[in-house]
Design a protein around this ligand. Structure first.
Ligand SMILES: Nc1ncnc2c1ncn2[C@@H]1O[C@H](COP(=O)(O)OP(=O)(O)OP(=O)(O)O)[C@@H](O)[C@H]1O
Length: 257
């Protein structure tokens, strides 16, 4: 299964052109990260891939199917989306919230099957939130909500998972756990697209990265070959340094004094 982003462009109705000519593809089991400064359009791009915003140019294809031609149910079985902020309306328990991921598989008024229950358990275990199962979603911290929303996407059993800044509300320990979880998801065969503000996370993950510039251009490269101190310093308008760690066997990205 291939997810292809072809000649994608997006402009808001007020004429604000956010990006043009975004091209990349992703297989199941791959991770693709997206970097870019505030306001560059990372969330807008993920919203297009997540079928929440309609691109003004180009299209998004799952194999040969343009996603705009899929029913909501077909789409939800193939792509799961974890938005940056999720404001709950009702006090569902964590287990009930994760169970919503099974909605595409349910027929009207039908109870959850054993397979549905198994996927809900597996998703909660993978994200390590099983002990929160009876807690109200409205009573969770921002970080816990983020993990529960990731579990809901996993329960959806999609081929691809989109994560919009998944570590935005997390403490340092949970940021590390989430990055390990992202790697685990790809090991388990999910294709993952993740936006982040932290280039070090991109070095941790490796693979390919797309950089969205303020000008709306999008460039792709292999992390270690493409992301240089010079490129990152220009991207963020601040000096950025890379150090190779023999212990970690990867580049570490940090700010200067
Ligand atoms: N409804 C809208 N109409 C016009 N412009 C908009 C609208 N919504 C967002 N924008 C603009 O689109 C641009 C891209 O926003 P987006 O949230 O996608 O960027 P981002 O890279 O995800 O930013 P951040 O890193 O701060 O989350 C911003 O300049 C924003 O002001």
């Amino acid at each position: 299964m291939n997810l292809r982003i072809v000649e994608l462009g997006f402009a808001y109705p007020n004429g604000n052109q956010i990006f043009t000519e975004v091209n990349f593809s992703l297989k199941k089991g791959e991770i693709f990260t997206i970097l870019g400064p505030n306001g560059a359009g990372k969330s807008t791009l993920l919203n297009c891939i997540g079928n929440l915003s309609e691109p003004t140019q180009g299209g998004i294809f799952l194999e040969k199917d343009n996603i705009k031609d899929l029913s909501l149910r077909q789409f939800a079985m193939r792509i799961g989306y974890v938005p940056q902020i999720h404001q709950p309306t009702y006090a569902f328990t964590v287990e009930e919230f994760v169970a919503m991921g099974r909605t595409p598989y349910l027929s009207a008024f039908k109870k959850l099957s054993l397979q549905d229950q198994r996927m809900i358990e597996e998703a909660m275990e993978l994200v390590r939130i099983t002990d929160l199962r009876n807690k109200a979603y409205t009573q969770l911290s921002g970080g816990e909500r983020q993990l529960v929303t990731i579990a809901r996407a996993i329960a959806q059993e999609p081929d691809f998972i989109l994560l919009d800044e998944p570590t935005a509300h997390l403490d340092f320990g949970n940021q590390i756990k989430t990055m390990k979880l992202v790697k685990k998801l790809s090991d388990q065969g999910y294709g993952v697209i993740m936006t982040t503000h932290n280039p070090d996370q991109v070095f941790f993950i490796g693979g390919r990265v797309g950089v969205l510039n303020r000008s709306g251009t999008f460039e792709i490269g292999v992390v270690d070959q493409y992301l240089s101190e010079d490129l990152l310093s220009r991207l963020y308008n601040e000096p950025v340094y890379l150090f190779y760690s023999n212990q970690l066997n990867r580049n570490i990205c940090t700010a200067g004094a």
